[in-house]
Design a protein around this ligand. Structure first.
Ligand SMILES: [Mg+2]
Length: 410
């Protein structure tokens, strides 16, 4: 009888890492909400936005350095994941062993075989969803700690390639001809690129969408770049028909024309039009990005640091996409900590070329730090302070108390 090949490596103790610079003493989540005032609520293809949430992730150490990160997703689920699964696994670890801790959070109880064999062993729940978002939030905080310890900005630790990057204004919800004035307003702020939603407040049809795109192009003139985002809301044939109509308006990218689960469909849309395809804001880990790249489905990848897996995973995605000659435009939305972290991504990944600046009225992005973001002349500039380079205001929990319930009402 043939011997059964050994699938399991004998238990091998991974030698301790040299020295311990500090130890994690606590990991916790702070939940925040901003209820959108009634007069500013409006409908988009997700429904009516009634509130925005933030999950701030705090990692404390025994040397007095505290790291901050942020997680995107269901706030209570993320908080429970951090309290009951991630914090017990990380307390006592050295926060500067970031690759090890990412692997520990991702592969869970199978950390040792993962490191011994050289490939990941994620659990069923660890690969995406709230667990992966919690991992991302902690990872951001770990890099913040490392930067504060070394007294250097995170982007310097990651390997700086620039200190500023061209920005684009991300908004564009106005209906019909009003898109002309709305998008012209963004250009008047100094942005040389602007993004609008395929579906405006007047609902979606190809006719309405093209009407608004034409109005936007009139508003911004021929020299400002125009992008269009469909939030993954169209089927393949509608996306192709719309993309072909967009071509005469010189659209710089068509974002998430179809469901993020439909990589083959996106490749089909890409082959049918000259408009470049952008996607990635809802993908977790490098593996779905590899699928998009292998299928030749994408021209511009848009990992969101909070969903893709933090700095540690986004830099892998950047390297992977650069090998395919694909550029990166980090997806940046919903939280000031994520805006700050994304700046460091953009400053340390050579294939990043443009940076998203939300035009949504959300103080959870722009009013949670003591220091303002440096956005001038259509560029976002890197902060100079250590770590993420920003300090949370002391009153955010009183100012933005958490409100349970859905963010959108359809
Ligand atoms: Mg988008």
């Amino acid at each position: 009888m043939n011997a059964i090949p050994a699938l399991c490596t004998p238990s091998v103790e991974i030698p301790a890492l040299i020295g311990s610079l500090m130890k994690i003493t606590a990991v916790r989540a702070i939940l925040l909400s901003f209820p959108v005032p009634k007069e500013r609520q409006h409908r988009n293809d997700y429904g009516v936005v009634v509130k925005n949430d933030n999950v701030i992730v705090v990692v404390e150490t025994d040397v007095g350095i505290t790291g901050i990160g942020a997680a995107h997703g269901g706030p209570e689920a993320i908080q429970a994941t951090i309290d009951h699964e991630i914090a017990p696994a990380l307390i006592g670890e050295d926060p500067t062993n970031i690759e090890r801790l990412w692997e520990k959070m991702y592969s869970g109880s199978r950390l040792e075989p993962s490191l011994h064999r050289g490939y990941c062993h994620p659990s069923a729940r660890g690969r995406s969803g709230e667990r992966l978002c919690a991992i991302a939030g902690v990872d951001i905080a770990l890099w913040d700690i490392w930067g504060k310890f070394l007294q250097q900005p995170v982007y310097k630790l990651l390997g700086a390639c620039r200190t500023s990057i061209r920005a684009y204004a991300s908004g564009g919800w106005a209906p019909g001809d009003e898109a002309e004035r709305e998008m012209a307003g963004y250009a008047a702020k100094g942005f040389t690129a602007v993004k609008m939603r395929a579906e405006g407040r007047d609902g979606f049809s190809i006719r309405k969408s093209i009407h608004r795109i034409a109005a936007a192009r009139r508003g911004i003139g021929p020299d400002v770049e125009l992008m269009v985002d469909a939030h993954g809301s169209l089927d393949v044939s509608t996306a192709i028909r719309l993309a072909r109509r967009m071509e005469e308006y010189d659209v710089a990218w068509f974002e998430e024309p179809v469901s993020p689960d439909n990589h083959d469909g996106l490749a089909e849309v890409r082959r049918a039009t000259s408009v470049p395809m952008a996607t990635g804001e809802r993908e977790s880990t490098r593996f779905p990005f590899l699928s998009l790249l292998e299928k030749r489905a994408v021209d511009i990848v848009q990992p969101d640091i909070a969903i893709a897996g933090g700095f540690t995973e986004v830099r892998r995605i950047a390297a992977l996409s650069s090998a395919y000659g694909v550029r990166m435009a980090p997806h940046v939305w919903s939280a000031g900590v994520l805006f700050a972290a994304s700046i460091h991504v953009a400053m340390s990944t050579p294939n990043s070329f443009i940076f998203e600046v939300s035009q949504a009225p959300n103080p959870l992005i722009y009013e949670i730090f003591e220091e303002p973001f440096d956005i001038r002349d259509g560029y976002v500039h890197a902060p100079t302070g250590p770590g993420l380079g920003f300090t949370l205001r002391g009153d955010i929990e009183e100012r933005f108390p958490y409100i349970p319930g859905p963010n959108y009402l359809y």
